[in-house]
Design a binder for this molecule. Structure first.
Ligand SMILES: Cc1cc2nc3c(=O)[nH]c(=O)nc-3n(C[C@H](O)[C@H](O)[C@H](O)COP(=O)(O)OP(=O)(O)OC[C@H]3O[C@@H](n4cnc5c(N)ncnc54)[C@H](O)[C@@H]3O)c2cc1C
Length: 379
């Protein structure tokens, strides 16, 4: 069977790319070793955000792009992506001063563009204490409120896959690609006794990308740093709205209530992983770390115990690194193109849930696949 493009990996990026290429008239096949959205795209903090914390490292372009994607996603999937107020209480021992956080969220508002109707503001301590009884009130210096997007990551990924299918993309799940032959005339992807042919192969396997590159002996200019993060769940609504909190060590974490499921998600952690992605497991010390971090903010009668945790999940962030240079790049994703004769291999390194739209468009541009104009349609 011959396709215009074959995508390896049905996470948010693989599904988004497939959809974008199909909209541009391409016949696309997506192959995943597991299920649609079963990788990192169902282990995230479920935020559609620019990432307030990236302002500290001055990654303004990246934040602006993500906020522009946020705006588009709000319009495209209003039933799956919505804006929520995030509360940021600043206590006396806060590792960052009030003025700095206030400047940060005002800049965040500005980067969202002039159409942004969601403006951050200060909230009175009295009102905060009334609305958030589980949180300590002693030592609060100020409370800030800003807005960001919230989604269900797995539902969003599945929805993008459905959109791609409606445009003619073919998805195959639970697939073990045994061999990929590549020469100047095409790729031949072998799955059991079937062979899929294409001129374009897109490797969108998220944190597995280095393992896939090694297995099929693909060239690459980049590699990834694997940083796992866990989320813990409790079966009650701890707070009425999401919260952005800081640890003494300057790390940030979120409390995200999900009223539709009667649960609260708390996360996340960061742990450098050296082994295979499939071998990454939840470490008890990461659960303990999150319980300690949140208990530092909860009143004595609302302290969480290990027994309150009903579930925990772990995901692996694929952070981009230039080969031979151990520092992660400030760019959030890199498109790594290799051309041989008529064929193109494109490795996708990095890429958040939020930015899959702009990433997918850049993929199409990099491959030279143009949008179908109304003139072309008439012809
Ligand atoms: C803890 C944590 C919190 C996060 N929070 C947020 C957030 O709030 N907002 C946000 O925007 N981003 C967030 N992210 C980042 C975001 O979740 C990921 O960057 C994004 O989901 C990556 O998508 P992907 O499609 O590239 O990879 P994945 O979703 O991992 O998809 C890769 C797919 O490739 C498949 N695959 C692997 N090997 C093969 C193979 N050999 N053959 C075929 N298929 C293969 C896998 O089965 C998988 O389905 C978070 C990440 C983590 C870890």
């Amino acid at each position: 069977m011959t396709y215009d493009a074959i995508v390896l990996g049905a996470g948010i990026n693989g599904c988004g790319i497939a959809r974008e290429l199909a909209e541009r008239g391409q016949r696309v096949l997506v192959l995943d070793k597991g299920a649609i959205g079963g990788g990192t795209s169902s282990k995230s903090s479920r935020l559609i955000h620019g990432g307030l914390r990236y302002l500290e490292t001055r990654q303004f372009g990246m934040v602006r792009e993500a906020l522009s994607d946020r705006l588009e996603l709000l319009g495209r999937y209003p039933e799956l992506v919505s804006m929520r107020p995030f509360y940021l209480p600043i206590y006396r021992k806060s590792p960052r001063p009030v003025w700095r956080l206030w400047t940060g969220i005002k800049l965040y508002d500005a980067l969202a563009g002039r159409h942004n109707i969601y403006r951050s503001r200060k909230v009175s301590r009295k009102r905060f204490a009334r609305e958030f009884p589980a949180l300590k009130r002693e030592g609060i210096r100020a409370v800030l409120r800003y807005y960001d997007g919230k989604t269900n990551d797995l539902a969003l990924t599945k929805r993008v896959a459905e959109d791609a299918q409606e445009l003619g993309c073919v998805f195959r799940e639970g697939i073990d690609v045994q061999h990929i032959a590549w020469d100047e005339t095409g790729f031949a992807v072998s799955v059991g006794d079937k062979k899929y042919l294409s001129h374009i192969l897109i490797n969108a396997t998220g944190p597995w990308i280095d393992e896939v590159i090694a297995r099929y002996q693909f060239p690459s200019q980049f590699q990834i740093r694997k940083v796992s993060g866990i989320h813990i769940f409790i079966d009650e609504l701890l707070t009425p709205h999401p919260m952005f909190l800081q640890t003494q060590g300057k790390r940030v974490f979120f409390i995200i209530p999900e009223p539709e499921r009667g649960q609260t998600i708390i996360g996340t952690t960061e742990r450098e992983e050296r082994g295979r992605v499939d071998d990454v497991v939840i470490q008890e010390e990461d659960i303990d770390y999150l319980i300690r971090a949140i208990n530092a903010y909860l009143t004595p009668n609302r302290q969480l115990q290990r027994a309150d945790i009903t579930d925990a999940i772990v995901g692996v962030r694929p952070l981009v690194e230039q080969k031979g240079d151990a520092t992660a790049l400030s760019r959030e994703y890199e498109l790594d193109l290799h051309t041989r004769g008529q064929t193109q291999l494109l490795n996708i390194f990095g890429g958040k849930l939020t930015t899959y739209l702009s990433l997918s468009r850049r993929v199409a541009k990099t491959l030279g696949i143009k949008e179908i104009t109304s003139m072309a349609l008439r012809a």
